[in-house]
Design a protein around this ligand. Structure first.
Ligand code: 1CP
Length: 351
């Protein structure tokens, strides 16, 4: 399908543009009253993810409010471990919990390698429903958690502050962790390829917990498995869709990420966007990196914040405007409008 709004795809090829493409991590979510209403109708977050009508509806909600240049699949990164039998639950106020986390090497050996994709059919149904609603208008981003970030939740059993249990495994049982990452990499390859078959245009790996690792472990465990995923997509499935890596807290590893053969890298808010854009110099696209807490400032403060951070990059080839992490539930939707309008104005002034 030939997508009408090519801006995001052009930026991923580092082509010059009159303004950067704009999309926002967690653009569909709890800061929107209409999202909360739809989630309530679904009964729970996982019910929402499993209902193609409602999940595609919430993916459309931010597109109706804002001039965004990409849609993102509405789902979660923890769908793969759930389909592998760990039994995901979202406990109110506590976030994701696995009823059957990995406790021993034996649990890793016992993880299924067959039959996982079939259990994820509901995700591909959401992609198809989104495509039906969006038509050719916008590109759709498909995604997965990175193998390491999935392993973090599987070894820990839930989200924690520093994933100390998962990190301890790395030092105590590195071979077992590599086996886990290899098994996950193959699942991620097949999962992303199936999303591509269902109609997504760009693939993104969320490596939210890559930044918990020291440099060597980041390369040996997290980045190594993401590189495997990219190679698998290309070699096993013959796919040439652009792939973006978002390793939160890893901007000192940009060179290694580029070597992993990705087309774009996401930066969190701690990176200096000017410095990284200069360093990358058009070899891959760079996405980011507004601090999501900045959108909690008074709405009239948003414009000067955006101007001070992004004035030098809005016309640079390969720049994609986004946050440095997901939109927070407390965000005022009007502040999001203000941020987007300011990016438009900044780019227009430089025309
Ligand atoms: O209560 C609710 O309605 C659920 C909130 C929610 C939402 C809206 C969760 C639970 N997941 C999502 C959707 C989601 N998750 C998307 C959809 C599309 C969009 O961006 O608009 C995406 C891409 C994710 C990815 C995701 N889930 C990540 C990676 C990105 C990131 O934010 O770092 C992670 C770490 C998760 C796990 C997860 N899912 C949900 C929560 C609250 C969490 C984080 C828990 C923790 O802090 O460990």
């Amino acid at each position: 399908m030939s997508i009408i709004n090519q801006r995001f795809l052009q930026a991923l090829r580092c082509e010059p543009l009159d303004r950067p493409p704009i999309w926002l991590m967690r653009q569909a979510g709890r800061y929107l009253p209409e999202y909360l209403q739809t989630r309530a109708a679904a009964g729970s977050f996982m019910n929402l993810c499993r209902n193609a009508d409602l999940a595609s509806e919430v993916a459309m909600q931010p597109l109706r409010r804002y001039q965004l240049d990409a849609a993102i699949l509405f789902s979660d990164i923890l769908t793969i471990p759930d389909a592998m039998g760990l039994e995901l639950e979202f406990v109110a106020g506590e976030g994701p919990v696995f009823n059957k986390p990995i406790r021993t090497d034996r649990d890793i050996h016992a993880l299924p390698e067959q039959g996982v994709l079939e259990k994820l059919d509901y995700v591909f149904a959401v992609v198809r429903a989104m495509r039906e609603k969006i038509g050719a208008q916008l590109p759709i981003i498909g995604f997965s958690g990175s193998p390491w970030t999935l392993a973090c939740y599987m070894l820990e059993g839930q989200g924690t502050r520093d994933f100390a249990t998962a990190r301890r495994w790395l030092w105590q049982r590195p071979d077992a962790v590599q086996l886990l990452l290899d098994k996950l990499s193959q699942q991620v390859i097949d999962y992303l390829a199936a999303q591509a078959d269902a109609g997504v245009d760009v693939l993104m790996l969320f490596d939210t917990w890559g930044g918990l690792l020291d440099e060597q472990n980041y390369r040996d465990f997290s980045l190594r498995s993401m590189r495997k995923v990219i190679q698998g997509l290309r070699q096993q499935h013959g796919l040439d869709l652009p792939v973006m890596l978002f390793s939160k807290g890893c901007h000192s590893q940009v060179e290694a990420m580029i070597e992993a053969d990705c087309q774009g890298i996401g930066l969190d808010w701690r990176a200096n966007i000017d410095t990284v854009m200069a360093q990358v110099n058009g070899r891959v696209a760079v996405q980011g990196n507004l601090d999501p807490t900045s959108l909690l400032a008074d709405t009239d403060k948003i414009e000067p914040i955006i101007r001070s951070r992004f004035q030098n990059v809005v016309r640079k080839p390969g720049y994609i405007f986004n946050l440095g992490h997901g939109l927070l539930p407390a965000t005022n939707p009007d502040s999001v409008s203000q941020a987007i309008a300011t990016v438009h104005a900044l780019a227009a002034e430089q025309g």
